[in-house]
Each structure stands twice: as structure tokens, then as C-alpha cells.
Design a protein around this ligand. Sequence first.
Ligand code: NAD
Length: 362
Amino acid sequence: MSKNIVILAGDGIGPEIMNEAEKVLSTVNQQFGLDLMWTHELLGGAAIDAHGVPLPEQTLNAARQADAVLLGAVGGPKWDNIERSIRPERGLLKIRSELNLFANLRPAILYPQLADASSLKPEIVAGLDILIVRELTGGIYFGQPRGIRTLENGERQGYNTDVYSESEIRRIAHVAFQLAQQRNKKLLSVDKANVLEVTELWKQVVTDIAAEYPDVELSHMYVDNAAMQLVRAPKQFDVIVTGNLFGDILSDEAAMLTGSIGMLPSASLDANKKGMYEPCHGSAPDIAGKGVANPLATILSVAMMLRYTFNAEAAAKAIETAVGKVLDQGLRTPDIWSEGTTKVGTESMGNAVVNALINLGE
Ligand code: NAD
């Protein structure tokens, strides 16, 4: 039976980059006989314009029924001044929570050809390939009680609650161990167990679960040290699992090691590996409609989708290899361009990846 994907191109550069990702998807679908089918729905500003809400019922139902969702990006100045509760970004948060996407996977991969784009020395980052697994639906971002209150002495006090139940820790740990099994079998769990009880429990539960994955080497690190090690010697890491707050910060730190937001894909998975796949960047209104956006993050999100939801590793690898070949050819969109390379637009970059895929197959 065919597997179904819902494509949400979104706003700004979303439709431009999605066009190229779709060409790549069609190519591997044929090459590898994947039997994937897809439909298009509206999300974000495009949905507000058509239906008055950022996440129409039809989009949510289609996403619920699909095996995976592929998203471009949402938002833009056109919708910045409308009521907060129906802004484009609300549609994005709602679809993530409605689909219970608790595991956020953010790879930080640095193609050796782009080592100069990093703010770190090329020898420290060339070939970097880290996967950060961030718990996305719990922890201090959701814990109750929370708020700002006024104390008896009239001083205001802000407070949040960092809370994780065993089941929440267990399910994200399982995802991380299984991902480590598919990679280099090294998992680092990041906590602050010396100070925070919630992460003491995190560490205990992750350690208990390790017994079920004897082939994976588990280690632990305090978050302050992890932040330091990420810029000192990032290549020591394979998979990193951590809670919502630490994951938010560490994944951005790791992403910037690669120097380019236009290259970074992401996935958010539920308990059954159904996922929503999207580039890490936004809708880039400043360059929308100009045909210069880098489509590679979205194309690499397709590769993640094939790997994690559809278990099509060979097809995922082929896309990643094709992207490497295109970079080898010296083709660069303006965001990753440097002296001595060839500047190309969104469409030419997409076409080059398709051609590289076809050449790989021959
Ligand atoms: P942004 O990621 O859209 O853009 C930041 C900078 O990076 C801009 O200069 C942009 O031109 C550049 N950039 C981003 N993607 C690029 C690409 N593929 N190729 C080349 N350059 C690229 O972030 P922002 O400007 O803070 O936000 C713009 C809009 O996007 C806002 O409405 C914001 O709410 C929304 N947003 C959406 C998502 C999402 O849909 N997941 C994420 C972040 C921001």
C-alpha cells in the first residue's frame, strides 16, 4: 500500500524551496520504487488568507492521516499584526502538539566543502555529523505552576517549573538509543544532575534504559560542560539526548557550528516514528520571490523523512550524497557562496541535485 505524505509549503520562500524538494522526492520515489504519494495542504499565512485560520481542519485531518508531513516554513510581515491567537506560527505549534511530536531531531552536519563557512577552525568542524535529540513537549516550557506573581513585600517574582515524568523521559530515551543504533552507537545524555532533581531523575531513567541497548555506549555530561565541548571538540559526539530547555540551546549552538542555516534539516517524531520534517530556518521574507533561497535544508529534510519514517536508508543516503556532489561541483546559493565557487539560484540548485541523483543511479 502506498505511503502518504502531506506537503505544507507555507509562506515566503516555503513554496520555492518546496518545489525543489518535491522534484528530489519524485526522483528518488521512482529510482528506489518507494511507492510514496503526496498531497498539498495549507498552513500558516497561506491558510489564513484562504480560510481565516493558520491550521484549517482539513490540513490537520490530512496530517493526522498521513505517514509524514513535509513542511517549508510559515510566517511573514503580512501576518505580523493580526491577532496573536491566529498568527501563522500558532498553526505550526498547534500541528506539532496535535500530532504529539515529542522528539525533535536536529542534525548538525557540516559538509567538508563548506568548512570555511563555520566560525570555528575548519579542522575542528570539517566532517562534523552530530544528531541532537531534544524532548519537545515537556520540561520547563510546559511545567505548571508558572507565572509572574507579586510577593507580600510588593516585589514581583517570575517562576517556572521544570518537570519530567518517568514515562516522558523513557520515551525520548528510547528514540535516542534507537537513533544511536542506526549511527555510530554512541549516546550522550546531557543533564544538570548535580543541581537539579528533575535531571537527576532524567539521568537515572536514561541509565536504566541503557540495559536494553547493550550495543550503544552511553555517557553523561553536565550541560555547561556539553556547551563547552561543543565548541572545543564537537566531533567527539554522535547522538546527544536532552530535555527541552537544554536541547533548545545546545541544538542552536550545534547548528551554528555549521555556519549556514540554509543547510539544516530537522525532524519531529511521535511514538510511532510518524514525523514532521522541515528546514530549521524560517520563511525568509527578505529574499522571498527572488529565486535565491537555498533549498538544500528542505531537500535534506526529505532525506530525514525517508530515513526515519519510511526506513528507506539507501534513498536517504543517495540524496545526501547527491547534495555532496553538487557542493563538489562548486555550486552555491548566495547564503553559502564564497570566492571561487559558482553562484546559483534556488531552481538551479534543485535541478543540480536531481541531476546528481540521476548520475548516481547510472
Ligand atoms: P529566517 O530563518 O526566516 O531568516 C533569517 C535569515 O536567514 C534571513 O536573512 C534569511 O534571508 C536567511 N535565510 C533563511 N533561510 C534561508 C535559506 N533557505 N536560504 C538562504 N537564506 C536563508 O528567520 P526570521 O527572519 O527570524 O523569520 C522570518 C519569518 O519566518 C518570521 O515570520 C518567523 O516567525 C518565521 N519563522 C518560521 C519558522 C518555521 O516555519 N519553522 C522558523 C523560524 C521563523
